[in-house]
Design a protein around this ligand. Structure first.
Ligand code: ZN
Length: 270
């Protein structure tokens, strides 16, 4: 089956991972800007990273027939210093025109600090001013519920942001419904044995249905699995889901959200 991974950090993965993803049916991905495995010491570090996301990674993905897209921002993990963050944010507009950039992300909160919230609000405003889609990171573990509420309120305060143009990732059992109730899309970010596993994600689907719900693999610097989405599809099949229902979650839903950007390609040659 074809699938799309709307949230995977390929800069942290090997080229063999692209090969294995393609073998499992991956046709398109989107890569949010995030932590690079280390804290960057200057805005120039972000400039180089944005070039990597818009120039080098699309070429690496294309070798395996995968259409690569990305999102740009300063991530919450490095947004504790608002002055530094503003210097980075100032670099973003010139990159928004590039052909594989879908929007602003993954913005959000990490430790729910005041500085993070300020930088989040400024980046929501950036997305509104440049009419961009938004992809959001929600904090992990005990900070998730509070952080998700703070993020939803911050988005709602910006009257120019349309809820259906926002995808909120890392949702779990206690946050998915509140995200969907606001009219946003929700992404279950899958990890092998912590946070939301493929099994837990399918449990959530059984509770909430599949309207505006997607799955992604994170595939980041931590313990993660770039094949989480096809593994979740196998779990759906094991529980008796028909092919059309699986296809909706792993292909049609991400296409429906991502194609709100005219730059999204559901396959390399489309
Ligand atoms: Zn991420």
């Amino acid at each position: 089956m074809k699938y799309i991974d709307p949230h995977i950090h390929m800069v942290s993965r090997t080229t063999d991972d692209y090969a294995r993803m393609a073998q499992c049916g991956c046709v398109a991905i989107s890569e949010p800007a995030f932590w690079a495995g280390y804290d960057r010491s200057s805005p120039q570090g972000f400039f180089d990273y944005y070039r990597q996301l818009t120039e080098y990674e699309p070429r690496r993905a294309a070798q395996y027939g995968i259409a690569h897209h990305c999102w740009l921002c300063i991530n919450p993990k490095e947004a504790e210093d608002p002055v530094f963050a503003r210097e980075v944010i100032a670099l973003i507009p010139e990159f928004l025109e590039r052909p594989n950039v879908l929007g602003i992300g993954e913005i959000g909160l990490n430790k729910n600090s005041k500085s993070e919230l300020k930088v989040l609000e400024e980046q929501i405003d950036l997305a509104a001013r440049y009419d961009q889609l938004v992809l959001v990171h929600t904090p992990h573990l005990e900070d998730k519920l509070k952080g998700t509420k703070l993020i939803l309120e911050a988005i709602a305060r910006n009257s120019k942001i349309q809820p259906h143009r926002v995808l909120i990732d890392h949702v779990e059992e206690h946050t998915a419904k509140m995200v969907l109730d606001r009219g946003h899309w929700a992404g279950m970010t899958l990890y092998p044995d912590s946070k939301c596993t493929p099994q837990r994600a399918v449990d959530i689907l059984e509770t909430l249905g599949s309207e505006r719900l997607c799955m992604n693999s994170a595939g980041d610097w931590g313990h993660s699995d770039p094949l989480s989405v096809p593994k979740a599809a196998i779990e759906m099949k094991r529980r008796g889901y028909l092919e059309a229902a699986i296809n909706k979650v792993i292909y049609e839903n991400p296409v429906a959200f991502l194609r709100q950007s005219p730059k999204f390609k559901a396959a390399l040659d489309v």
